[in-house]
Design a protein around this ligand. Structure first.
Ligand code: FAD
Length: 519
């Protein structure tokens, strides 16, 4: 049971006066009316709960730069107890207030926001001296959920170990990606990040902390994995590790024929061929050349690639990686040569790089820094991420890539398309998946401007409508719906399980209101 001390009357009066004075002289952009009267003067929170406009303002926005949702206050917790106390305070209040864990705020649609509630800034929990404990014998790391994956990687590499499943970009928190899924080119082989967690500590919406795993409180464990922050705040995760490789052999193959491209992708993810990573992307004959003229390709090749894109208007890039170290360098070269021979790409359009393991995993950071230097990172990101069943991917390509996208001629930013195996996921987890054994992740990772992001949003709607009209059973990943009706459709037959779990773990509907599931 959690208990917190109420201050004495005099103490309370003094703090209240202090808060009033501070309030009068601090520009505040929000109202705190939905918070219980005693929260700002509560001893437990006095120094950690802020209504300063800079904190509130930064908690109101996210990577998407599409929404601005103001909390009443931001909690900067320094311990798990701080978070437990806050949830308990809300749960026990006559009129509870909403609260949301905010990892690194890399959501794109206000998912980590708490309108008129409290945003819990999880990053304030990071303590460099503790917070990650690696077990060499157990091959796992116990990680505080506020750590970024890049920080986890740096720590585990010190001991020659590494997690096995990644996102493309590593400056995301462990808690944030486990609340969604965490996918990338490793997913076909290792499963998403949520399939590589052994145990977690979770504070439920009742303010109760529980350790959970597949054998202990297993329903909470699976509910919280991909649970969109709805069932509890994850404070610790035990993550599987393996011996870290040193290097990555990184190949790209260009295709003009979509069916050859997908046939090769599907064959490669079904075989035991030792590949550690497989993704794919679409290159379009519009948008700024930077879109695809990535630093990956040698400059001498740019013109040749440009003319192929111009000639076909849409081409495809298969990307594969095999890790290796000094002892396996020779064999990895031979294996990759054999693999190349077996693929049906456009002959002459194969590219190869040898990079360190770290440089490969952290590859998106270079792009981020480049965009930041040009002021193009903190712009609206009307992203759309979908899971498309394998049986529908050709129709999708014809109707969306070659139809809507070419016709509208506005898409910019990476456009990813790669398959994964459903048997690497677990149906008890909360993430919703297509029914088929193989499905594709399709990501429209758009960068827009503050003037035109709406056009992209319209295009997203057009894509979703096309899929719905064609009954393609496409499912949103990192989902966003404006109404509960949308969510009911998203979960389909799993809606009742999701609802039951919500009543079990967060009956007062306190947590992660920014997902807009329980308005
Ligand atoms: P936030 O945006 O802060 O939070 C996301 C949600 O999780 C919110 O609802 C929040 O309340 C909840 N939450 C946060 N922390 C916790 C916690 N500890 N316990 C419970 N709930 C919590 N995703 C992929 O799968 N693969 C990718 O390759 C990938 N690449 C990306 C690249 C970029 C540049 C960006 C911006 C995002 C990318 N994402 C990718 C999406 C990313 O995984 C999600 O947006 C993720 O939620 C962001 O993590 P965050 O730590 O910033 O979480």
């Amino acid at each position: 049971m959690v208990s917190y001390n109420f201050p004495s009357q005099i103490h309370l009066l003094m703090i209240t006066i202090l808060v009033i004075i501070t309030t009068l002289f601090t520009p505040i952009t929000t109202n705190t009316s939905s918070l219980p009267w005693n929260i700002l003067s509560n001893d437990n929170f006095a120094r950690k709960l802020t209504t300063a406009s800079s904190s509130v303002e930064s908690a109101a926005t996210d990577f998407g730069h599409i929404t601005k949702i103001f909390p009443s206050a931001v909690l900067n917790p320094s311990s798990v107890q701080d978070i437990t106390d806050l949830i308990k305070l809300s749960f026990d209040s006559q009129s509870s207030f909403p609260l949301a864990a905010r990892g690194h705020g890399h959501s794109h649609r206000g998912q980590a926001a708490a309108n008129d509630g409290v945003v819990v800034n999880m990053r304030s929990m990071v303590n460099r001296d503790r917070g990650i404990k690696v077990s060499r014998t157990g091959l796992y790391a116990d990680v505080d959920s506020a750590w970024l994956w890049i920080e986890v990687l740096n720590k585990t590499l010190e001991l020659g170990l590494t997690p096995v499943s990644w996102t493309d970009y590593l400056h995301l928190t462990v808690g944030g990606t486990l609340s969604n899924g965490g996918i990338s080119g490793q997913t076909f082989r290792y499963g998403p990040q949520i399939s590589n967690v052994l145990e977690m500590d979770v504070i439920t919406g009742k303010g109760e902390i529980a350790t959970c795993s597949k054998d202990m409180n297993s329903d909470l464990f699976y509910a919280a994995l991909g649970g969109l922050g709805q069932f509890g705040i994850i404070t610790r995760a035990r993550i599987k590790l393996e011996l870290a490789p040193k290097n990555a052999k990184w190949l790209r193959f260009l295709y003009t024929d979509f069916s050859e491209f997908t046939r090769d992708q599907e064959r490669l993810i079904s075989e035991t061929n030792g590949l550690h990573f497989l993704e794919g992307s679409v290159m379009l004959d519009h948008g700024p050349p930077d879109n695809w003229r990535s630093t990956y390709y040698p400059p001498s090749e740019h013109m040749r690639i440009v003319s192929m894109v111009k000639q076909h208007r849409v081409i495809y890039c298969l990307e594969v990686v095999k890790y290796y170290d000094e002892t396996s360098q020779h064999s990895v070269n031979e294996e990759m040569e054999e693999l190349s021979d077996s693929l049906n790409y456009e002959r002459g359009f194969v590219y190869e790089k040898d990079v360190t393991y770290m440089d490969f995993l952290n590859r998106v950071r270079t792009g981020e820094l480049k965009l930041k230097s040009k002021g193009q990172w903190d712009v609206p990101h009307p992203w759309l991420n979908l899971f498309v069943p394998k049986s529908q991917i050709s129709r999708f390509e014809y109707g969306v890539f070659k139809g809507i996208i070419l016709r509208n001629n506005i898409t910019t930013g990476p456009l990813l398309v790669y398959p994964m195996n459903r048997n690497k996921w677990n149906d008890r987890m909360s993430t919703v998946l297509p029914e088929e054994d193989v499905f594709y992740a399709v990501g429209f990772l758009r960068s827009a401007s503050f003037d035109n992001w709406d056009d992209y949003e319209k295009e997203n709607m057009e894509v979703l409508k096309f899929c719905e009209d064609a009954n393609m059973r496409v499912i949103q990943y990192l989902p966003y719906y404006a109404s509960q009706e949308g969510w009911v459709g998203h979960f389909g037959t799993r809606w009742n399980i999701f609802l039951e779990r919500k009543y079990r773990y967060d009956p007062r509907m306190i947590l992660s209101p920014g997902q807009n599931i329980f308005p």
